[in-house]
Design a protein around this ligand. Structure first.
Ligand code: HPA
Length: 285
């Protein structure tokens, strides 16, 4: 099924989508902000916004999760022309990974060279309480999927690339450092860590969390890595930010509940917004 030669070749409609959006949007975005569940409100901080529903964009993946309708919100944030990607689609919804990363290819085609990707995640690192904000410094692809599979030789298939160099490629180390310093200056507590991408849609078992812990994961979630892999293939600069909403399975008494995830997201919204604005501000233009 996937025999095309480039990721863009999956998007027969991409040029139509780009043409349509160029007509509707006054300024090309320099940066994309991918918003995780419960974080959709971050877009409210932008000014001069133009909202485009995913359903109006040719080839745009439609979320099957109620209340998660995909939208692109173009606007200005911290003197930067940005586009918010609201209502992301997950691999567990049944789309090929190439389809769910279409919004990344789209915003890149429109001009975005930088991407801030946010998510909610379970904390594996015992020192991460619910509400901890974590800059992502590396990931574990435990869903074993990639938008690069079947799309020709992906750029990370480099011989002998050392692991540290590759991690730096995925999450921009200098931008992340500047974001961390800016956060600490503002008194926003931010940590660093490794994010593990699991397929979902179920939360993990305690046994899986023990395994991920031994593998070096600090946090676990069901998103982000596909977008980051896609952005890396396109040469975009990326910063990743997780909000730890709960102790991962088996690390605290009680059941994991999607409502708790949303509640914690609400509680740290102020710090998160401050941090996201700083991340945008300290990007190299
Ligand atoms: N596991 C997976 N995804 C999540 C979690 C979790 O514990 N919390 C928020 N998203």
């Amino acid at each position: 099924m996937y025999t095309k030669s480039s990721p863009e070749a999956y998007d027969q409609d991409l040029s139509m989508a780009v043409d349509m959006l160029r007509e509707r949007v006054a300024r090309a975005p320099e940066m994309a902000l991918i918003l995780g569940s419960g974080l959709g409100g971050l877009a409210e901080a932008a000014s001069n916004t133009t909202v485009v529903n995913g359903g109006d964009i040719p080839g745009y993946p439609a979320s099957t999760v109620e209340g998660h309708e995909g939208r692109l919100i173009f606007g200005m944030l911290e003197d930067t022309s940005v586009v918010f990607v609201q209502g992301r689609v997950h691999l567990y919804e049944g789309y090929p990974v190439q389809t769910l990363t279409m919004p990344v290819r789209l915003v890149h085609a429109l001009g975005a060279e930088q991407m801030v990707v946010t998510n909610s995640a379970g904390g594996i690192n015992r020192t991460f309480q619910p509400g901890t904000l974590m800059l992502i410094t590396g990931h574990l692809n435990v869903a074993f999927a990639s938008p690069g599979v079947g799309a020709g030789v992906a750029p990370w298939h480099r011989a002998n690339a050392d692991a540290e160099e590759l991690e730096g490629d995925y999450y921009d180390a200098a931008w992340t450092d500047r974001a961390e310093r800016a956060a600490l200056d503002l008194g926003v507590d931010v940590r660093r860590g490794v994010y593990a991408w699991m397929l979902g849609p179920n939360y993990e078992t305690p046994a899986e969390i023990r395994a991920l812990d031994r593998m070096g994961a600090d946090a676990v979630g069901m998103s982000t890595v596909p977008e980051v892999l896609q952005a890396q293939m396109l040469g975009m600069q990326v910063v990743g930010l997780s909000t730890i909403t709960n102790p991962a399975a088996g690390l605290a008494a009680g059941e994991l509940d999607h409502d708790d995830v949303l509640d914690v997201g609400q509680r740290v919204r102020g710090d998160l917004m401050t941090l996201v604005r700083r991340i945008v501000r300290v990007a190299e233009g």
